[in-house]
Design a protein. Structure first.
Lengths: 98, 487
């Protein structure tokens, strides 16, 4: 086994996914198969090979710092599930009685 | 009377320009076709009837002009369209209307095209069959019981079913080319950085590339020329003009490939292609040789590691990119009862809003990026990416383009690969190396196997997109286009 059910549960918590017990059972087996397949990258001797993060031969792309039109507050909030007085409204972020 | 839905984009543009037909007539003909066949094909998630007719009227009044004035186009639902629903085929974005448009959508409008609507796909472009769409799969116009490919199955099926002459797709591991192959249409992945990603809902930012879908190579080139080119709003956009893809397609259509060297990748031979796919590919090679091309065998020893490297890099980037779906700024929010914490609401929202393949990839990517595993998985995959790039560079010292089947199998029946995710991933065996390298590649129809379309892939060096159009157009001139059975 490359990955256990407990590890998948931990990763789901880190990923903010409230997965069900049934999903955990399903994913643990499937991820184990996938991980065993992708682990083949380790067969390649690549100690002295530099990594590639993207294929475009560009670094440090600059532009002039010019004011440009942008979204209005109303537009920016138009897709929000909950908005209040021009802001995104979120569930509580502190524990009770904090 | 001519059926306007059967014409190419090039013909439609000419007829509209000469006022032989109006843009409104063309838009109406395609909207009628959608109404007639889309209940069975389900290529569209949203049809923008009013928007399309209004855009067509602006062309007819002379208010809007451009190289593709009045030509209808369908847009994959992963691309932001101002005021028009954009869901990435996910429940987490159900009903979202973006407050802005992608750069390529602005360029489509500037070229005078008429957007018909948004096409179905695998959720967040993760899949090879559209079976992972949260809104139900698209059915292949060649056989409604089979997959149209993915992730861009909706765009390819819309083209194949004559619902639109042109469509936009996005290709991260083959999502334009594999649907093109299995629906008998043309799909091109431009050089990474050759088409802007601004306004594209990100899946794997170092790989995602928007590109054209069409029924002919020339039409694909016309669309490529319109959407391509530098965009200051995408920092990975290449500051160079688009190669002359339209000229190359027209040159290829003359059927002369004298002196063009085609590379056959030794490591792809015997790599699990169905017999019918392998046979159609061999016959296509013979046809190209008759047009003057030379065939050279090349070795790309690291291509066998492309699929494993891709399924570490793409999920890693996905786990990071999809963190933005947190139930705060847009889309779904679940479980906000006034008592639950932000973290609980986020977790419930994301579990309810994402489908199984998206969750698998987020978890896999989170694993590959976690400390202790990073070097062995993500870090090693990035090194393999370097080696694959070197394989391409070395091959292109010997040949002008590389060729292969686009995908190892013809359209498969629904449900045959969903229980084992890795079996689904194999659909992208031949398309993924190009994405890791960043070069352009095109799929062009090359024949039938068991009555279903087979795609031929041409891969070219970065920023030599014109070369693949030339070879693809030459093959098209030899084998012709494919027509699906009447729906």
């Amino acid at each position: 086994m490359a990955i256990s059910r407990e590890e998948v549960a931990h990763l789901a918590r880190l990923s903010r996914l409230a997965v069900t017990e049934q999903e955990l059972d399903q994913f643990a087996g499937q991820l184990d198969v996938i991980l065993q397949s992708v682990a083949r990258v380790g067969e390649v001797a690549a100690d002295d090979i530099p990594p590639t993060s993207h294929s475009v031969p560009l670094t440090n792309v600059y532009r002039d710092d010019l004011p440009q039109p942008c979204l209005t507050q109303e537009e920016a909030l138009s897709g929000a599930p909950d908005a209040f007085e021009g802001r995104f409204r979120v569930p509580r972020i502190l524990d009770e009685e904090a | 009377m001519t059926d306007l839905t059967r014409l190419t984009a090039a013909d439609l543009a000419a007829k509209i320009k000469s006022k032989e037909v109006s843009a409104v007539e063309v838009a109406q003909a395609h909207l009628d076709r959608i109404e007639a066949v889309d209940p069975r094909v389900h290529a569209f998630l949203h049809v923008d009837r009013e928007g399309a007719l209004a855009a067509a009227a602006r062309v007819d009044s002379g208010e809007v002009d451009g190289p593709l004035a009045g030509v209808p186009v369908a847009v994959k639902d992963v691309i932001a369209t101002r005021g028009v629903p954009t869901t990435a085929a996910s429940k987490i974005l159900e009903g979202w209307r973006p407050p802005y448009s992608a750069t390529i959508v602005e360029r489509l409008q500037a070229a005078g095209t008429v957007m018909l609507g948004k096409t179905n796909m695998d959720e967040f472009a993760m899949g090879s069959s559209t079976e992972y769409s949260a809104y139900g799969p698209t059915n292949n116009p060649w056989d409604l019981g089979r997959i149209p490919g993915g992730s861009g199955g909706g765009s390819a099926a819309a083209i194949a079913a004559y619902e639109a002459p042109l469509a936009i797709g996005t290709d991260t591991g083959g999502s334009i080319r594999q649907p093109g192959a299995v629906t008998g249409t043309v799909g091109a992945k431009p050089t990474y950085g050759g088409t802007s990603r601004y306004g594209l809902i990100a899946f794997s930012s170092s790989l995602d590339t928007p590109g054209p879908c069409a029924r002919t190579v020339e039409d694909a080139a016309l669309l490529h020329a319109v959407i391509g080119g530098h965009d200051p709003r995408d920092s990975t956009s290449i500051p160079e003009p688009v190669p002359d893809v339209v000229g190359a397609a027209r040159l290829g259509a003359t059927g002369d490939l004298t002196g063009v060297r085609l590379g056959l990748v030794k490591e792809f031979a015997g790599d699990g292609s169905e017999p019918g796919v392998a046979a159609a590919f061999r016959e296509s090679i013979e046809a190209l040789v008759k047009l003057g091309a030379e065939v050279v065998e090349v070795s790309c020893p690291h291509f066998q590691y492309a699929l494993p490297a891709y399924y570490l890099i793409a999920p890693s980037e996905c786990s990071s990119n999809l963190a933005r779906f947190d139930g705060v700024r847009y889309g779904l929010r679940v479980g906000d009862d006034g008592n639950r914490s932000l973290e609980e609401v986020m977790s419930l929202t994301r579990d309810a809003g994402f489908g199984p393949e998206v969750k698998r990839r987020i978890i896999l990517g989170t694993y590959a990026l976690s400390s202790g595993y990073y070097d062995a998985y993500y870090g090693q995959a990035q090194k393999v990416r370097t080696l694959i790039t070197r394989d391409f560079q070395k091959a292109f010292e010997q040949v002008d383009v590389l060729v292969s089947p686009t995908t190892p199998f013809v359209a498969f029946p629904f449900g045959s690969r969903t229980s084992d995710p890795y079996q689904m991933y194999l659909a992208d065996l031949f398309t993924i190396p190009t994405n890791l390298y960043g070069g352009p590649a095109i799929s062009v129809p090359c024949g039938l196997a068991e009555g279903l379309p087979v795609g031929f892939q041409v891969m070219a060096p970065t920023m030599a997109d014109d070369r693949m159009y030339r070879v693809a157009a030459a093959l098209e001139s030899a084998v012709g286009t494919l027509t699906p059975p009447a729906l």
